[in-house]
Design a binder for this molecule. Structure first.
Ligand SMILES: Cc1ncc(COP(=O)(O)O)c(C=O)c1O
Length: 408
């Protein structure tokens, strides 16, 4: 049947490929329209109909709202806006990194070092691993993508906690793998349940430690037991984007030194204050690191980012001040939330998740008053928001606005 039914009725509303393919299936079962029916649909689809089906099905990542957009949309001055939406460092990049970037500006006509040698050497020394254990990424997000690129396809699965960092799910979807979501009672990763969820076809298990957006942590003993329970065909990925904020962190790099199937992810975006440059890294056993290095673009980390990251590693003072500011700000938020009777999840990172009723409405109202936080509907947490820790002044302003807006 290559008739009007397909051509006329369907052309109007088949916009995207996923919908088109679903319609094709429905046509087949309802009207017995076989291959030719699908042809009709294909002819009437837009170019997205020919795109990678997994990409079409993907719900795009929603980043924190930028300051400039908020200022324009709400008639505010950018300098009056407080952005506590993306877990950035409110103290900015390290002064040493800023100085190194100024010096490097005149060399930006040259391609970066594609091997990232100086930075990888410094990171290998810092973590007491070998050069070949380090993979640089365009943010640690790219390490997630490279892992999925290397190990996932339609015949495989990935295990993660129910409220884990959302990019794992996006990437699993993009590569057509099954995403196995394990309940996390009290928002804490249930590592025994995650190990039990591993199947023959599982290749990656992600442990975000601490997790975003919950801020919860799992400890050394649980991690040790978890690793013991994992079979050989699985890579344990420890996403440690907020590592620097921890008091007594678990050591996962030791597993890399032991040659286990482990990848530890770190980033320069959070405590190091270099989110805008996009630089992160993986510390992995050599076989895994080698695969990730093959999968990446030759110049995935730009020259300015390499320069700034290198200088930043040496600036321990800046990290100390950052961690101190974070401890004070986080304690202020947590005690203020407790005083007001607002449920919150005690955090180990540079943000706090708090229950406010209608999270979207609170987010929108706060936005009109110039404070940007993060609504968490995309994490299936519509009653919660996540507030990043800012400077003392920013935190006080945020709390004032929350007081005006939240009526629980
Ligand atoms: C848990 C976690 N992992 C990874 C990332 C990615 O960070 P980046 O790509 O900036 O290194 C983030 C950023 O928010 C995060 O919260």
């Amino acid at each position: 049947m290559r008739g009007k039914l397909g051509a006329v009725n369907l052309t109007r509303w088949i916009g995207v490929c996923a919908a088109g393919k679903r319609v094709a299936r429905a046509m087949r079962s309802l009207f017995g329209v076989e291959i030719q029916g699908a042809t009709v649909i294909l002819e009437s689809m837009s170019i997205t109909g020919y795109a990678n089906q997994f990409l079409c099905d993907l719900v795009a990542y929603v980043p924190g709202k930028p300051i400039e957009d908020t200022a324009r949309e709400h008639g505010l001055r950018p300098e009056d806006i407080v952005k506590l939406a993306s877990n950035e460092n409110p103290l900015g990049p390290s002064p040493m990194a800023q100085e190194a970037m100024r010096e490097a500006a005149g060399l930006m006509h040259l391609y970066p070092d594609g091997g990232g040698v100086k930075l990888r050497e410094a990171l290998a020394a810092k973590h007491r691993v070998e050069f070949d254990n380090i993979v640089l990424g365009n943010g640690s997000n790219e390490i997630i993508e490279l892992l999925c690129h290397s190990f996932l396809n339609q015949e495989t699965s990935l295990v993660a906690a129910e409220h884990a960092f959302v990019v794992y799910k996006l990437m699993a979807t993009l590569f057509g793998a099954q995403y196995l979501e394990v309940p996390d009672p009290g928002f804490i990763h249930d590592l025994p349940a995650m190990a039990a969820a591993v199947r023959e076809d599982t290749r990656l298990v992600f442990v975000a430690n601490p997790n975003n957006p919950t801020g919860t942590l799992v400890g050394q003993e649980e991690i040790d037991r978890f690793l013991e329970a994992l079979p050989e065909h699985v890579i344990a990925v420890f996403d440690e984007a907020y590592f620097e904020f921890l008091q007594n962190p678990a050591d996962t790099v030791k597993y890399v030194r032991e040659g286990r199937n482990v990848c530890v992810m770190r980033t320069f975006s959070k405590a190091q204050g270099l989110s805008g440059l996009r630089v992160g890294y993986g510390i992995a056993n050599k076989e895994v690191a080698d695969l990730l290095n093959k999968a990446r673009q030759p110049f995935n980390v730009n020259a300015m980012a390499q320069t700034a990251a290198l200088a930043s590693i040496a600036d321990e003072d800046h990290i100390r001040r950052t961690v101190q500011n974070n401890q004070e700000g986080r304690a202020m938020f947590e005690s203020a939330f407790a005083e007001r009777g607002w449920e919150y999840i005690p955090s180990h990172a540079n943000f706090v998740m708090v229950k406010v009723g209608d999270g979207d409405a609170v987010f929108r109202e706060m936005l009109t008053r110039g404070v940007i936080v993060r609504a968490l509907r995309s994490y299936k947490l519509p009653e919660w928001i996540r507030v990043s820790v800012g400077t003392a002044r920013e935190n006080v302003r945020c709390l004032q606005v929350m007081d005006e807006v939240i009526q629980l």
